[in-house]
Every structure is written in structure tokens, then in C-alpha cells.
Write a protein that binds this ligand. Structure first.
Ligand SMILES: [Zn+2]
Length: 115
């Protein structure tokens, strides 16, 4: 049910940005979704479309990008940033590394396209 809570956050962001409801309300929302999230981008788009639509934001366009994450290598101590699954440290090839804390979902921007 994470997709619903993410969609509700998107609606809250539209309200916070003062995007008008109804036909005049045009907005582009950009969000990041962790590759480790159980929510798939298509699922989030569909849920957000339904929930935002039911709140009066029929013209909301959602762009979902894959959030990057950082691993910290246990062997060489270096960190590296990734957007796709990683199986070894890109610096030394070690398979011993830790995943740094990350956000599963983040709203990057809300563009109010009113008028
Ligand atoms: Zn390393």
C-alpha cells in the first residue's frame, strides 16, 4: 500500500504549491523512487493519477525517476553512487559493502503550470 501513501504525498505537495483544482490546474510533479522500493514506477503513476484525479487534479503529470543510492565498501572504505543493482565495489571489486540509508520515495519538484 506504499503507492497510496506516496500518491497522497503528491496530492499534499500539489496543495502546498497552490496548484488550482479542475481544468486550470496543470502541474508537473517529479519524484524519485528507490530501486529497492516494492512500488514499481508504473504502479505509482497509475495510483497517483487515480488519487490526484479524485482530488481534482486531473491534469497532473508525474515523472518518476530512479533514485540513486550509495554503497560504502568494507574493504577499501570508498563510497560509490549507483542507480542500478550493484554486486561489487567499483573501486576494488570487493563484494563486501554496506548500503547507506536512503529514502524510498522523494518528491523532487512540483511545477505549477497554471495559465
Ligand atoms: Zn572497495
Amino acid at each position: 500500500m506504499h503507492d497510496v501513501s506516496y500518491a497522497n504525498k503528491i496530492v499534499a505537495a500539489l496543495v502546498a504549491q497552490g496548484v488550482p483544482k479542475g481544468a486550470a490546474g496543470r502541474a508537473v510533479v517529479k519524484v524519485s523512487l528507490s530501486p529497492f522500493s516494492h512500488v514499481k514506477p508504473e504502479r505509482l503513476k497509475e495510483t497517483a493519477r487515480v488519487i490526484a484525479g479524485s482530488e481534482g487534479y486531473q491534469n497532473m503529470a508525474l515523472e518518476v525517476r530512479t533514485a540513486s543510492f550509495t554503497i560504502s565498501c568494507s574493504s577499501c572504505g570508498r563510497e560509490s553512487e549507483h542507480r542500478e543493482a550493484v554486486f561489487s565495489c567499483p573501486h576494488c571489486g570487493s563484494t563486501s559493502f554496506n548500503l547507506k540509508p536512503y529514502e524510498e520515495f522523494c518528491i523532487d519538484s512540483v511545477e505549477n503550470k497554471e495559465g
